[in-house]
Design a protein around this ligand. Structure first.
Ligand code: ADP
Ligand code: MG
Length: 695
């Protein structure tokens, strides 16, 4: 039942956002905070104390009894440890206290989070520091304070710290370019990000009966149901009541938390849905996406549903991804990826476009590595999501502009007779490039780039760190050239033309799912890192180490730590999946199939007594089931044995898992799914795909 809801009234009521701050902070304190986030100045302790006091009063008014430094460790999800506000008042009672020191800095210990060797055991403690650029919020009786997480020696142990560093860096380099185009006002450039989130919802009761879903978040077994997504009857279809109630509830909670939830619809696969927020600055967008995932899970439970954020919960159906819409926007409100009205603005647009194209081409492997995970390996290159090859879709019109620059010909807009030539020969840019190519990993969509390779469960921090850093590097190279130019216009033109010429191989508007593209991309020399084990060595590529250290995004040790952490996570995940499979085969699948075949065998004997003949159907079934059980048992034993031979060293282990163990898992699944089709439903030990998806 939906009660009437005044969205403007509830929006942001659980968020300590600008509007709330204005209410709860003295004007000079609010101004000091604003200065701090606009100019990156430090907050002194007296200001922090005043903010803490205001925050606490607000949070207590919202029913909070605790506060938590909320951080984003390398696990890709968020972490929290709650402390109450209570302090003894000396007379046996308590008062609610919260100081600036407690706001600004925390010591959650948190020694069990992955550090990739950054923390020695003698100082394993981690520290958290308030990120004043992100808004605190109240949820479930706690004040959540967004923080960065780092080690005793100051190494970043999280995803947020390098993200903030990369935002600063791309802002600085972008401003250098803007100055060259006569922009004197812009002080800071914001990275705008809107992340569309896909997810599955299935009934809690059915989920509870599947060990694979409970332990790994995806089905490791399951024969294809008679009906899949071939009818396209789910995509944008009417949303069923239970799901619609969930979505209503979800939206309300997100709005209260100040998350700009905008669009919701059914996705391609049965039980699959999508939520898209309105874009915001990268830091808050990253938090918002974590909040969205967190609230989705909680809210689903309330509606007796389970929200699956895994990239591939069901074989044979579309998996779930995340589209990261990314652009640069000045503090004066100008989107730098929006083609302009004047030749001068278009020239500036082309500088940013050229820098982006060059950067993506040069750092394909780095960008690819930021979306590498065991879950996402099921999607990339599986003809449902972008291929593992990075390329950029520009659309026909913008490609024609690029080609005209490369070839030195004038670009004529086929739709209009008008030819506008920019700075001498730079053409005018078509405004609306609406044709979309869903198979492209990086697509220009009119005023932003959409990076579509992210897995649904992943933090968006990694890809945005890469995009920001790559862009900062290319813009700094461009600024070096242009700042020293004798003739700005001719240097600019040559720069754009040379850059587009050198990097045109990365532009591809065709079908990314096709075999021809795989071959064509190989000819163009584009990298095709088809799984996590192959993609992660980007972290030890000297070119990438130079990039991130030059811009102060990661120290070499921090970068290397991420390589080790991701490799280890990959190995652990596959190991858990493989062991879960063996467990289910031995404890559930084989016992069920054997029981069925032995019941059939008894029936055969009884029928023979009665009729004198052995019944053919049962005989055939028993034989086929027995043979399948033999093969399944053998495959499962092999898989189990393979887990005992994992080589030492994270990279060697990851290679082994990706080749040997994954193949062993596929063999086990194939046989088990075959057996499912032979076995009577009443014997099968867990809900099937049709139970899960067509409830
Ligand atoms: P789609 O066809 O992919 O659904 P939409 O136009 O609905 O595209 O936008 C998808 C996402 O892109 C939304 O989250 C939206 O807020 C975001 N977005 C729009 N403009 C920008 C921008 N300038 N920078 C970053 N994200 C943006
Ligand atoms: Mg999209």
């Amino acid at each position: 039942m939906h009660t009437t809801l005044s969205v403007p009234e509830i929006f942001g009521t659980d968020s300590f956002n600008e509007a709330t701050m204005k209410q709860y902070l003295a004007p000079e304190i609010f101004q000091a905070w604003k200065q701090c986030i606009q100019n990156g100045t430090q907050l002194d302790l007296s200001v922090a104390n005043a903010i803490a006091e205001g925050m606490k009063n607000w949070a207590i008014g919202k029913g909070a009894t605790h506060y938590t430094h909320w951080f984003q460790p390398m696990t890709g999800i968020t972490a929290e440890k709650h402390d109450s506000f209570i302090t003894p008042d000396g007379s046996g009672n308590v008062i609610m206290e919260f100081s600036g020191k407690e706001l600004v800095r925390g010591e959650p210990d948190a020694s069990s989070f992955p550090s990739g060797g950054l923390r020695a055991t003698f100082e394993a403690r981690g520290y958290t520091a308030w990120d004043p650029t992100a808004f605190a919020f109240v949820k479930d009786g706690s004040l959540y304070i967004p923080t960065c997480f780092f080690s005793y020696t100051g190494d970043a142990l999280d995803k947020k710290t390098p993200l903030l560093r990369s935002i600063d860096e791309v802002s600085r380099e972008t401003v250098r370019i803007l100055r060259l185009f006569g922009d004197k006002e812009t002080k800071r450039v914001q990275v705008s990000v809107g992340a569309e989130q896909e997810y599955f919802l299935i009934p809690k009761a059915i989920y509870a009966e599947r060990e694979d879903l409970r332990l790994t978040g995806r089905t490791l077994f399951g024969a294809a149901p008679p009906k899949g997504q071939e009818l396209d009857d789910h995509y944008f279809g009417t949303i069923r009541t239970r799901v619609s109630n969930f979505m209503h509830d979800l939206d309300e909670q997100l709005w209260r938390l100040g998350v700009l939830s905008k669009t919701k619809h059914n996705e391609g696969a049965p039980c699959q849905h999508e939520l898209a927020p309105i874009f915001t600055d990268a830091s808050n967008a990253c938090d918002a996406n974590q909040i969205i995932m967190m609230v989705m899970k909680k809210c689903a439970a309330k509606h007796d549903l389970v929200c699956l954020l895994h990239e591939k919960p069901f074989a044979g159906l579309n998996g779930s991804g995340k589209h990261n819409n990314w652009s640069l926007c000045t503090d004066t409100g100008k989107n730098l990826f929006k083609p302009g009205d004047t030749p001068r603005q278009n020239a500036q647009f082309l500088v940013f476009l050229a820098a982006f194209i060059k950067g993506i081409d040069e750092y394909q492997d780095f960008l690819r590595s930021t979306v590498a995970s065991a879950g996402n390996d099921h999607r990339l290159g599986a003809h449902e999501a972008p291929p593992a090859i990075i390329s950029i879709f520009l659309g026909d019109e913008l490609t024609a502009v690029v080609n005209s620059i490369i070839n030195g010909t004038n670009y004529t807009d086929p739709e209009s007779s008008e030819i506008r030539i920019g700075v001498d020969v730079l053409p005018s840019i078509p405004k609306d490039t609406t044709d979309r190519n869903r198979t492209s990993p990086v697509a220009f969509t009119g005023n932003k780039f959409e990076f579509r390779m992210l897995g649904s469960s992943q933090s968006i921090a990694g890809p945005n760190i890469a995009l920001n850093t790559i862009m900062a590097e290319e813009l700094s190279q461009f600024a070096d050239i242009l700042e020293n130019a004798d003739n700005f216009d001719s240097t600019l033109q040559k720069l754009i033309c040379d850059t587009l010429t050198a990097h045109q191989r990365i532009i591809f508007n065709g079908n990314g799912y096709s075999q021809q593209w795989q071959e064509e991309a190989a000819k163009r020399g584009l990298s095709n890192l088809h799984n996590t084990a192959r993609a992660l060595p980007a972290y030890i590529n000297q070119k990438n180490i130079d990039l991130v250290t030059k811009h102060g995004i990661f120290t070499e040790a921090e970068f290397l730590a991420r390589y080790e952490i991701h490799l280890e996570a990959y190995c652990k995940l596959i190991n858990i999946e493989a062991r879960t499979m063996v467990d289910m085969v031995m404890h559930q699948i084989l016992p069920a199939a054997l029981r069925y075949s032995s019941d059939l065998a008894e029936g055969i004997n009884r029928k023979k007594e009665a009729t004198g003949n052995k019944p053919a159907t049962e005989l055939s079934l028993v034989r086929r089931i027995s043979e399948s059980c033999d093969r399944l048992y053998e495959a499962s034993e092999q898989l189990y044995a393979s887990l005992k031979k994992v080589p030492q060293g994270n990279q060697c282990a990851a290679d082994y898992y990706s080749e040997i163990v994954v193949a062993g898992m596929q063999a086990v699944r194939k046989e088990a799914d075959f057996l499912e089709k032979l076995t009577a439903k009443s014997y099968w030990p867990y809900p099937t795909y049709s139970d899960l998806l067509f409830y």
